[in-house]
Design a protein around this ligand. Sequence first.
Ligand code: SF4
Length: 578
Amino acid sequence: MKVKLARTAGFCMGVRRAMELVLTAANQKDDRPLYTYGPLIHNTQVLDLLKTKSVTVLKDLGGLSGGRIVIRAHGIPPAERAKLKETGMEILDATCPKVARVQSLIRLHTRKGHECIIVGDSDHAEVIGLMGYSVTPPWVIQEASQVAELPDLQKPFVVAQTTQNDAVFGDVVDALKAKFPNLLVFDTICNATHLRQKEVRSFKDQVDAMVVVGGYHSGNTQRLAEVARESGLKTFHVETEKDLDLKALEPMSCIGVTAGASTPNWMIQNVVRTIERVRGQGESSLLNGCRKVFESLVLASGLVAGGAFCFAYAAGFLAGPPLEIVFPFIAMLYLYAVHGLNRIVDKGAGVYNDPEGAEFLTTHRGVLLGGGIAAAAAALLLALTRGLPTFLALAAFIVVGLIYSLPIFPDRLRSRRTYFRIKDIPGSRSLADAFARVAVINVLPLFSTDPGPYSAVAVSMVFVLLLSYGRSGLFDLLHLQGDLIVGKETLPLTIGQKQATLLLRVDLGFLGVFLVVSGFAGWAGPFAFWMLIPVGGMILCLAAFEKRWIRSALIMEALVESNFFLAGIIAFCAYLFR
Ligand code: SF4
């Protein structure tokens, strides 16, 4: 089945910020209890997950005297904030800045003597919080028909709950203006909500039905489903993939998927994957078969291995003759083994980052483990054909590659050691991967072959290091949500997503400039210019991630790896036409 996933689906900025704050606090080595004041978001699965991380939901403050407490994105009334302070607990304020802006607006205007009207759900936590900021009692209404019940107001102003249906808000404002010509209007519906609803409406003529993913009690998800229905789309609101009515989807050929602001990415991916497996109307079995083969190739690290071969071939070509074809094969087998085995050891975050990959790993664990060991053995055998030093060097690289994910301190020391494994060191994953590639692609051949010009070898090393770093850094960004949940210390989580993205831009930009300079200076020959193409491809992948052009982890992985295939194909063409 064809699936069209909304670019705006999933966590909004405020929810992401709140989740990051809670998970960072939960991952800290701090013995004080951690509470959220009310459920952090309206999503049962996320709340269950937080429970496993010892985050307790508090409904009242009775009998509490210590610990840390998180104010959720909806915010709270000032009176409750004062009570929280009295408990002496450390307050972690995750009130969304956009909600805080509405709170300030209400306080400012009611202090000036204006009367406040809020369009929203009076039982919703955000609205309860907003009401607390009004110095005179506010009016809360949900629809235009309630305007008639309002008393005569002298200086009214209206605001909206940030996740309000914008069409409903428009109707209410029209009715209010008819009654109060001097009405002040503040459209405080969050832009994230506007865009989400607008995108759903734009799906009207593009899909046969709409699946809205999110908690059944989540107001913004309910409203999203309401918007989809109002647009005339057959709409299914589901919490998880288990709630999908697959029989009802079979007569269709394209399904739109969107999700509420409190729905995590892994839940969206699970729903998308389940729908994709349904054989849609008019879908050929050949196409379906090809897609399955492609998926299996990506999931079984086949693409990583193929990409490694092509990359090593291109890097060897860049380093200048002689290029021995055995080394790209060794690189392919080595990276397949290390990548596959590390995935098996380290599958915790995969459940959230790439549910499809995690499921594949669980089902085919034995085959993947056997394949990884066989690949490592084959790489060693090939290395042996190039002499003992090459064999020993590769054996050392394999050991280093494997201990990356393994504990370096015994279990009993775990609580005292922040860095339990090498990969726990902040930012180590991207660097380790980049250096592993330099080791096997650039350094290993030096043990048995006379290198080409040293300048070309150095250019090739820089090329491999920076492009590999770009690849791993991009995956770190892609895996942010799952890594945060399991408490991994990747670079984006240590220095922030914006800074990590900037770093990648600098990395790839510098590599581009470096290749141009190397080409003109004659350090590496004109082939250096051709390698700008895969570098440009990687920059495009980074843009695709930032702009949310592609949401599927599988497709993103395939696109990133395709740059290495591209490098290899260009090198092969250069070899043919040299
Ligand atoms: S929907 Fe908008 S206002 Fe509400 S939490 Fe998300 S970003 Fe903030």
